[in-house]
Structure formats: C-alpha cells, structure tokens
Write a protein that binds this ligand. Structure first.
Ligand SMILES: [Zn+2]
Ligand SMILES: [Zn+2]
Length: 328
C-alpha cells in the first residue's frame, strides 16, 4: 500500500500497487510480513501532518513476519525465523548519541515507513541488526502492536520518572496507553486516565485504573508523573496542571498541533515537560521481556492489508478498539 501524495484519510491516500520484490542488501534481511499494526504516526504521515521524507513510500513500522531472504554478512538470522521490524530502522553507530547509549537521537537515524519502505506490504527489507526477535507466546497479530505503541509507550513511562507505587496520569487512551497501563499496574502504580471517550474510560477502569475522567474534569490527586498520548498541546498543559511539584510530563508524540502558552507557575517548583523521541534497541528488548513477564494483553482490530485506507479512516475518527492491525 503506497503513499504517493498525502491526503485526508477519508480520501484514501494509499494505493494498492505491485512493486518488484525487495532484495536484501548486505546486512539486511527480507521478511514476509503477516501482520503490521497501524500507528497514529502512520496516519499523520498519510494525512501530511508529519512531512514525508520520501515519496512514494510504503508506510508501516510495526511489522511481524518470517525471514524470507538473508543478505551478505548477516549473522543471527536464518530463513523462516520470526522477526519484527519497528520504527528505528537504522543508525550510524558512530555519532555522539550512538556512542552514549542514545541511538534514539542518532543524527543519521533512518526510520521504517518514513525513510525506508515499511510494513504495509507483503515483503519488507530491514537491517538485520535492527530486526527484533519476538517472544513466541505472542501470535503475529498480537505482537505487532507491541512494536511501536508498546516500545515507545514504555520509553515514555521510563522518561516520566514514575517510580513503582507512584501516581501516574495517562492522557489519551489509545493503543499505546492500553499497553502502558499494564506495565504501570505491573509496577504497582496508581493510574489516573484522562480521555474524552467514555468507552476508553470504561476500558481504563477495567484494566485497573484508579480513576478515569474527561478533559474537563480535575484529576483528584496530584500526579507524580504523566504521559500524554494525544497529539494536542492543550492536553500537555492539562497534564502539567495535574502534576505534583518535581513531576514530569512525558510527551509521547512525534507531532503536536501546537504548544499553547501557559502561566509559568504551572512549571514552577521543578516540574518538567519533556518529549519522547523514538526508542533504543535496549528499550525494545526490555519491553518485549516485560510483555512476557506480565503478560501484556494486546487488543487488536484486524483489517486485510488492502483495507489499509479504511483502518486509517477509522483511526482518524477514533473508531478503532485497541490497535488496528493489517494482515496479509
Ligand atoms: Zn508508531
Ligand atoms: Zn548515531
């Protein structure tokens, strides 16, 4: 499913196309994709909110499948192995960030479905050293949503500084928050969920939230940390308003509509706002280990690959229960 020109989801920006099969370059594997989850970032790219880096491009960065071909020099992967391909598609390994455990900030990072063709396809080529081994207990369709929503949600939790047993706010409750709440509950945190959707509030309470309310309601306790998932700056300010002194809001969004002005007293007393950019392979391994230990349940809304436009449209309209997953 190819993106040639961004357009509103209702105008079906993706086109089914037949392309030559990708060949693995040295250091790469080619994977036959069976499932690829759809992330809000895919929607933002397809609609043009996130500027395309390359057109045409195949979006999708939560792909699961089996290795079909192995390029020269690849070690650790064989034909038929199950593998996942996520957002971080490659780094230079040499810049100051890569050398200090922060490959998520690499100056020359390449992203799946943005710089490189992604997983809304039957085949995907990926750097072997960035492909992820997946725990067997998750079938393909259940593993796919872990690969962005799960991993980046986990990084956001870490960067929020939430300690075991602490009071955590989750602002927005889509696919990523559905996984984050399970990790936070596993850590014994009290979780407060703010979302305008009544159905999502119900889901949050079912997953062990201590409280769930709308954006116009006040969180009943001061929060030690918060993560925002909605791509809306006013939600970041709402989260900041709910924080105890010294608390952090981690903003889990590659694109925000804008950052509104707010009174300095909301930030005063060492409150912090920080963005969360991408992930490291260490984050991925940690989240996948946790997914097995908890075990994380992923809620999946499956679509055939050729109905990718429909999945985008439903995501845009907020009508996806859990994570949309395209299946070949
Ligand atoms: Zn994503
Ligand atoms: Zn680097």
């Amino acid at each position: 499913m190819l993106l040639e020109r961004p357009a509103p989801a209702a105008e079906r920006p993706l086109r089914a196309a037949t392309l030559p099969d990708p060949e693995p370059a040295p250091g790469e594997v080619v994977i036959a994709v069976s499932a690829c989850a759809v992330c809000r970032t895919d929607l933002q790219l397809c609609e043009g909110d996130l500027a395309a880096r390359r057109l045409p491009i195949i979006p999708g960065h939560q792909a699961v499948g089996r290795v079909r071909a192995v390029g020269e020099g690849v070690t650790g992967w064989g034909i038929g192995d199950r593998a996942g391909v996520a957002w971080l598609g490659g780094t230079d390994g040499t810049c100051q960030y890569c050398r200090s455990g922060r490959e998520n900030l690499c100056d020359n990072a390449r992203f799946t479905g943005w710089d490189r063709d992604g997983g809304f396809a039957e085949l995907i080529a990926a750097r072997a050293d960035f492909a992820l081994a997946l725990p067997e207990r998750f079938p393909d369709r259940a593993a796919a949503p872990l690969l962005c929503g799960g991993i980046i949600g986990y990084r956001a939790l870490r960067l929020s500084g939430i300690a075991p047993g602490g009071r955590l706010g989750l602002f927005g409750f889509g696919a990523s928050a559905l996984i984050a709440i399970q990790v936070a509950r596993h850590w014994g945190c009290e979780v407060y969920v703010v979302t305008r959707s009544e159905e999502e509030r119900r889901r949050a309470l079912n997953l062990g939230a201590a409280w769930a309310g709308g954006l116009d309601e006040r969180v009943p306790v001061p929060l030690d940390a918060a993560v925002t998932f909605a791509p809306v700056g006013s939600v970041v300010v709402a989260a900041l308003r709910s924080l105890a002194p010294g608390g952090t809001v981690a903003v889990n969004a590659i694109h925000l509509d804008r950052m509104p002005e707010f009174p300095y007293e909301l930030l005063w007393r060492e409150r912090v706002i920080r963005s969360v950019a991408n992930f490291t392979r260490a984050d991925a391994r940690e989240l996948l280990d946790l997914a097995v230990a908890i075990p994380i349940q992923t809620a999946v809304d499956p679509f055939p690959l050729e109905e990718a436009n429909e999945a985008l449209r439903r995501l845009a309209e907020g009508r996806v229960a859990g994570a949309a997953v395209l299946e070949t």
